[in-house]
Design a protein. Structure first.
Length: 416
């Protein structure tokens, strides 16, 4: 049996070897195991695990065989993945005892060395190499390589929530970020709803995603938008079309269309209609990175901004907005480090652009098949950029130099 650990500064996924299956009802303790980790994996309270094995303390030892159920499970084996990355520095990379430069150096790794990734936290990766574990900074590791592992599943014990809430059962490949995007909530809200203090989730875990609905374990569905009468807004001093559009979760173009505006000029006291005109059925992409929207689609600086800008400081991962094929992965004078992905959705071709990424961080190449939410690189500030952000474009059709197929990403993206 193997424990799947998901750490979400973004979408990094690692599988940690946990107890080896002796039979469907027993496990053998491995280094790093605790009663809590084994009980959690097998959907048992620690007290029940102790009772099954007549344990009077919390002490277990490597090699010890523990009973985890009274009857064997005939659940078929499934395939999970372990993650490996390669050290990209030309000399050596320091390995530290904790996730930060304030922790002591325990060893070093030569450039080109491949290591197993256990999980990451705030850009620091816990890795295993040569039987030793430690932390390295993710900037100096390559894109991930995954290796399939056969695991035996124990059937989960169904639970019934005690309150009228809506729950989601964590699936292979999920992270807090991807789940929060599916349900159009923030990672902070999701953690608060579940009293989580870290970004780690595991397969089979039930997470509260909303309160006040039927207490069932649900899978995400296409978000729906309630119908409501038009809302009006009275322009205040300091308002701009962009600030008003942001307030009502609209694009500037949608706001202008709703009010038959041909220019960006508004005046104090003006009454504007503020009902979004976009159909939710169009929202076929996920938000490609965490952060705030700092610039929308439309006129900007005496030209036209053909996408949106999402900004956040620190180490911020960029993700594929939908399943597709990489059509470009290169360095542009204007876009900087950038990736283009072509998507075929409901019979329509789209092409998305991810620009100004961190130098050397592009994790996919031309021809690669990518999945929605897949890590493709790090947010940066390369090319014509004034600060760290991800420039994101959506083209209904293929990208061209005239940007004639560019559409407002806000109208097609969930979570903006």
């Amino acid at each position: 049996m193997k424990k799947l650990t998901y750490a979400t500064t973004g979408l990094t996924v690692a599988a940690i070897l946990a107890p080896t299956v002796v039979s469907a009802a027993t496990v053998t303790v491995k280094s790093g195991d605790t009663l809590y980790s084994i009980a959690t994996k097998n959907n048992l309270p620690v007290s029940e695990l102790k009772n099954l094995n007549n344990l009077s303390s919390d002490t277990i030892k490597v090699g010890q065989t523990l009973l985890v159920s009274k009857t064997a499970s005939d659940t078929p084996a499934t395939t999970t993945k372990k993650e490996y990355r390669t050290v990209t520095v030309s000399s050596t990379l320091n390995v530290r005892s904790g996730p930060g430069t304030n922790y002591s150096i325990t060893t070093s790794l030569n450039g080109g060395k491949e290591v197993e990734v256990l999980f990451n936290t705030n850009g620091w990766y816990k890795i295993s190499a040569g039987g030793k574990a430690g932390y390295v900074y993710g900037q100096y590791l390559s894109a991930p390589r995954y290796e399939s592992q056969e695991t035996s599943n124990t059937a989960p014990i169904p639970t019934t929530p005690s309150t009228s809430n809506s729950y989601y059962k964590v699936q292979l490949g999920d992270t807090l970020w991807s789940i929060s995007t599916k349900y159009n909530i923030t990672v902070t809200t999701l953690k608060s709803l579940n009293n989580l203090t870290t970004n780690t989730v595991y397969v089979g875990q039930s997470l509260l995603v909303s309160q006040g609905s039927t207490p069932t374990v649900t899978q995400p569905t296409q978000p729906t938008q309630p119908t409501s009468p038009s809302t009006t807004y009275k322009v205040q001093a300091g308002d701009t079309l962009f600030s008003i559009a942001t307030k009502f979760n609209m694009s500037v173009d949608a706001l202008k269309a709703a009010n038959n505006l041909t220019a960006n000029t508004i005046y104090v006291g003006q009454i504007l209609k503020a009902t979004p005109t976009a159909s939710v059925s169009q929202r076929i992409f996920i938000k490609p990175a965490e952060g705030i929207l700092t610039s929308g689609f439309g006129p900007r600086w005496s030209t036209h901004h053909d996408g949106i800008d999402i900004a956040k400081s620190g180490n911020v991962e960029a993700h594929a907005a939908a399943d597709g094929v990489v059509t470009r992965s290169y360095t542009s004078d204007s876009y900087g480090e950038c990736i283009f992905i072509r998507h075929e959705i409901n019979g329509q071709t789209y092409e998305t652009v991810y620009a100004h990424m961190r130098s050397g961080s592009r994790a996919v190449q031309v021809g690669d098949q990518v999945k929605v939410g897949q890590f493709i690189g790090w947010m940066g500030s390369t090319g014509h950029s004034t600060g760290q952000h991800l420039h994101f474009e959506v083209h209904k059709g293929l990208w061209n130099a005239q940007k004639s197929n560019a559409v407002d990403p806000e109208l097609y993206t969930i979570g903006l």
